[in-house]
Write a protein that binds this ligand. Structure first.
Ligand SMILES: Nc1ncnc2c1ncn2[C@@H]1O[C@H](COP(=O)(O)OP(=O)(O)O)[C@@H](O)[C@H]1O
Ligand SMILES: [Mg+2]
Length: 390
């Protein structure tokens, strides 16, 4: 559903392109052959303009920039056949609300248009009604809390825990919450949350010199079910090399200026990016599965962290698949590792079921033990205080 009082316009030189886009939108969009034609028909009421690939270069792109500068009531979404970093930066800086790769799938297009429509819709408090340059999300001056989820063992449940913790925090926080997928080669947060990202951390890093909070905000993808913002990992492992510790820390520092919580998922090994993340984090959740190889690896990980002078106060042990059936006592594990567990997450088939559905388990199985334990974990991050399990 589009907000009331917002018209939808589709612009492209090619009639078949604009008809296809109008059909995808299915909401009685009006079509125009050029940006100039649209401009001449504007009456000052809010419009979302979906600008086809013919608007993404040459004089039409200049016309788009003029359009959004002069008409604050127009929220523009630009489609481009070749989505380069230059185009992305230039368009977003000139006031275009989003740039998507063409051809675009219907779900993505509709959700983007809805988001932009909400921003330009008339009504108190909407950025469109103020007509100013206010960023989409307000900054409060208070820095968000950074939580990195780490383990020296693959498959221990880092991504499950990071994603679900972030979803619960997003549900409970008034301010934005962001999940950063820093498993740069094999990140699967986007798949777990069934997101089709248009932008990834690679875009943030390619613009690192000019990166500010509002440019970064425009690169985040929203998880519709919870409002969680996500900065996805590169779509191809080869891009991982482009992201160093310095860039990662810069991105986290910017995110915490407008988010109440920044949750970071990581790969299962130490590298400079992970060390940078651990250093800037307020909390590090060390995830261990309940089997001997897991515990052995986590012990080595803990020793490494101690060698690196990581303050022990910020390390919290999360035991995953902690059921009685596995014949490993929690107390034994705690004794071996020399640290008390902050959370115990049971093993439950609802977890892989949720992964395969692309829905976080806290939403698909809200009454499960897994959900309860993740909610309890989240509570410790919201209320602060004594975070160790008694
Ligand atoms: N508590 C749990 N109960 C059941 N299955 C789990 C649980 N935690 C994780 N899993 C399963 O293990 C797989 C690996 O988890 P994942 O979070 O991707 O690990 P990591 O990110 O540490 O490599 C998941 O796809 C999920 O199916
Ligand atoms: Mg993972």
């Amino acid at each position: 559903m589009m907000p009331a009082g917002v018209a939808i316009a589709v612009v492209d030189f090619d009639q078949s392109v604009r008809n296809r886009l109008a059909m995808q939108l299915g909401e009685g969009a009006t079509t125009f052959g050029s940006v100039g034609e649209l401009s001449s028909r504007l009456l000052g009421s809010p419009v979302v303009a979906v600008l086809g690939p013919s608007c993404a270069f040459g004089p039409e792109l200049t016309a788009v920039e003029d359009l959004v500068r002069v008409h604050r009531e127009v929220g523009a979404v630009l489609l481009a056949e070749e989505l380069t970093t230059e185009l992305l930066q230039q368009a977003l800086r000139s006031g275009v609300r989003d740039v998507l790769a063409s051809p675009v799938d219907t779900g993505q297009l509709v959700s983007t248009v809805q988001r932009v429509a909400a921003a330009v819709a008339p009504g108190p408090g909407s950025p469109g009604s103020q007509g100013g340059d206010a960023p989409l999300l307000p900054e409060t001056g208070e820095l968000g809390r950074v939580t990195t989820v780490f383990s020296t063992k693959g498959g221990s449940g880092k991504s499950i825990i990071a994603a679900n913790l972030a979803v619960v925090l997003a549900q409970r926080s008034d301010r934005p919450v962001v999940l950063v997928d820093a498993d740069l080669q094999f990140g699967d947060v986007a798949v777990m949350l069934k997101l089709a990202p248009q932008h990834t951390i690679v875009d943030a890093v390619s613009s690192i010199q000019k990166l500010d909070a509002s440019l970064l905000q425009s690169l985040l993808v929203t998880h519709e079910g919870s409002g969680l913002l996500v900065l996805p990992a590169p779509l191809e492992p080869a891009f991982a090399d482009q992201i160093g510790a310095e860039e990662m820390v810069r991105i986290i520092d910017l995110l915490r200026t407008f988010c109440s919580h920044v949750v970071v998922d990581t790969p299962a090994y130490f590298n400079d990016v992970v060390l940078g993340l651990i250093e800037v984090s307020d909390d590090v959740l060390l995830v261990a599965g309940m089997d001997i190889p897991n515990i052995k690896n986590v012990k080595i990980g803990l020793q490494t962290l101690k060698l690196l002078n990581t303050p022990m106060e910020k390390l919290h042990l999360v035991l995953n698949r902690a059921n009685s059936k596995v014949k490993l006592e929690v107390s034994e594990v705690e004794k071996t590792l020399g640290i008390k567990a902050t959370a115990l997450i049971p093993s439950d088939v609802v977890v892989p079921q949720a992964v395969n559905k692309g829905t976080p388990v806290v939403l698909s199985a809200p009454k499960s033990g897994v959900t309860k334990s993740i909610e309890e974990l989240a509570s410790q991050f919201i209320t602060g205080g004594d975070r160790r399990r008694k």
